[in-house]
Design a protein around this ligand. Structure first.
Ligand SMILES: Cc1cc2nc3c(=O)[nH]c(=O)nc-3n(C[C@H](O)[C@H](O)[C@H](O)COP(=O)(O)O)c2cc1C
Length: 172
């Protein structure tokens, strides 16, 4: 069984999750593919996991192009998706708006991994966008201090574990 974990990560959270996932399948051939650097054909794998993060409601162009370009092949595979987001409660909307319906239905797992906003990773305009995003979703004013010491979001380990188990269920 060959597993492809193809991911797109802007500031490292999805990449960390992808590496963690890969480490859970030591007895299998697992290829980790950063879609910003490589464009693997899903055809060569039995299980294809695609991970991306949400920015302003959308996954990256790199991730969406990969999904769209490979849609037909992915429909013939055991396919699963995971997202890193600041607002996991919006997960269903993000999936609906970013993953084609055909693949949503065909997927055996949809992982809602949560996310992280590490203030050291964001600068200038990104920090501003995070503030606007938080305000628009929460519909509330926030102080600079709140942005500096962002309490949410967080990675949700139990969702990662469930996702791993769903993949393991496809390996037997
Ligand atoms: C500029 C920017 C925009 C974001 N927009 C959203 C958003 O619309 N919805 C959301 O749930 N999270 C949003 N986030 C949070 C990211 O999804 C979260 O930080 C995620 O962990 C990033 O993963 P990555 O580092 O792998 O790209 C945004 C983060 C940044 C920096």
């Amino acid at each position: 069984m060959k597993i492809l974990i193809a991911y797109s990560s802007k500031s490292g959270t999805v990449a960390e999750c992808a590496v963690k996932l890969a480490s859970m399948f030591k007895n299998y051939i697992v290829e980790l593919a950063n879609l910003a650097e490589t464009n693997p054909s899903p055809d060569e794998y039995d299980i294809v996991v695609i991970g991306a993060s949400i920015r302003i409601g959308k996954i990256s162009k790199i991730a969406s192009n990969y999904i769209i370009q490979n849609e037909e092949t992915l429909l013939k595979k055991k396919v699963a998706f995971f997202l890193c987001t600041g607002y996991p409660e919006q997960f269903d909307n993000y999936i609906e708006n970013n993953i084609p319906q055909s693949l949503r239905s065909a997927s055996f797992a949809l992982g809602n991994f949560g996310g992280s906003i590490d203030k050291t990773r964001f600068h200038g305009i990104e920090k501003l966008i995070v503030r606007i995003m938080r305000n628009s979703i929460n519909n509330a004013e926030e102080s600079d201090d709140a942005i500096e010491n962002v309490a949410i979001p967080a990675i949700i380990p139990e969702n990662i574990n469930r996702f791993v188990n769903e993949i393991k269920g496809k390996l037997t």
